[in-house]
Design a protein around this ligand. Structure first.
Ligand SMILES: NC(=O)c1ccc[n+]([C@@H]2O[C@H](COP(=O)([O-])OP(=O)(O)OC[C@H]3O[C@@H](n4cnc5c(N)ncnc54)[C@H](OP(=O)(O)O)[C@@H]3O)[C@@H](O)[C@H]2O)c1
Length: 307
């Protein structure tokens, strides 16, 4: 049997649709028939060589998926063929833009029937990143004020809802066309960053979550109160150095594990978090999906519907 996949490097036009032998479930692994896989900004960064020291060829892109288990390897006792599962590839691994994937069973979770494969794929890496940043890294407290930069992106769409669920006051930045979307997710204040400098609009924040990077990240320290903390997911592996000594700069460590995926499910089932806005693509249009993601003005998530 052969499974279709998408691989390649270079510009979006260089992405290739191909076939490979079916993956095999090694010890501690399962193989899943992928029903949906999401596109993450990391995918085009990998394609452009940003992580070139850590990649080897041939390479199949894609970090998160939802699907049905078709085989379980030695030592896998808690997940069996026929189970619906979702998850994120282990750190340093890719391979979700495919019809089948092999992955360690301990880092995936069972998908309840009430959540579609598409929604589960859209919420896997975005949900993990939002949870690890807001709860584990910033340790956001009820009543605190947080500025979430880049509110309309996939991770921030989840982070806004999570911060509201924790009873924080949420300020976010976005262009005007995304304000209704963000109000609907629960944001208390929305700054149109194209017409207003956020450093003039906001001050005294307890926390900042930056999902934009670059100059936006660096200038975000300005809005913190003394003792405030900022977390950065779009500034590379290390947090930017703060220009002042009375605040903390943090880089969330987004590890993959089942408890965090189950916490996402709990939040969905409690009605606290829903999926970001989703645009669907077939796997064969990966190049188009990458071009949209790379524009950095996507609202919500792009998801491949594979089955
Ligand atoms: N494990 C990790 O560390 C991890 C995991 C996931 C993602 N990430 C990184 O986090 C970043 C965000 O990823 P994502 O997929 O959630 O979103 P994304 O697709 O990269 O973000 C797109 C959004 O950014 C907004 N945006 C662009 N420039 C902005 C600006 N100057 N100010 C405010 N908003 C701006 C756009 O809104 P407008 O159209 O309104 O401008 C758009 O909705 C990426 O760099 C990604 O690589 C890291």
């Amino acid at each position: 049997m052969k499974a279709a996949f998408i691989e390649k490097f270079g510009g979006p036009e260089m992405i290739r649709f191909g076939e490979r032998p079916d993956p095999v479930a090694g010890p501690g692994e399962i193989v899943a028939d992928v029903h949906a896989a999401s596109i993450n900004a990391a995918d085009w960064k990998v394609r452009l060589g940003h992580y070139s020291g850590r990649t080897s060829f041939p390479l199949i892109l894609g970090r998160d998926f939802s699907g049905i288990v078709s085989a379980a390897g030695d030592g896998v006792h808690d997940i069996k063929p026929g189970d619906a599962v979702f998850g994120v590839c282990d750190v340093g691994h890719e391979g979700a833009y495919a019809e089948r994937i092999a992955i360690k069973s301990e880092i995936i979770a069972r998908k309840p029937d009430g959540i579609s494969h598409i929604d589960a794929a859209a919420l896997a890496l975005t949900g993990l990143t939002a949870l690890v940043t807001i709860e584990d890294t910033l340790k956001l407290q009820p009543g605190e004020t947080i500025l979430i930069q880049g509110g309309a992106g996939g991770v921030a769409s989840v982070a806004i809802q999570l911060a509201k669920h924790l009873s924080a006051h949420v300020i976010t930045t976005a262009s005007l066309s995304n304000h209704d979307y963000l109000r609907d997710l629960g944001a208390d204040e929305i700054i149109n960053y194209k017409t207003r400098d956020f450093t003039e609009a906001v001050s005294g924040c307890d926390a900042v979550f930056d999902a934009v990077g670059g100059d936006v990240a660096q200038r975000s320290f300005t809005v913190l109160r003394p003792g405030g903390r900022a977390a950065f997911i779009a500034s590379g592996p290390k947090p930017p150095a703060p220009p002042r000594g009375d605040v903390v700069s943090l880089r969330p460590n987004v590890r993959r594990d089942r408890p965090h995926l189950e916490r996402i499910l709990h939040l969905i089932e409690a009605g606290a978090v829903r999926q970001p806005e989703i645009t669907l693509f077939p796997l064969s249009r990966a190049a188009d999906a990458h071009a949209i993601s790379e524009s950095r003005h996507l609202r919500g998530k792009l998801v491949f519907k594979i089955r």
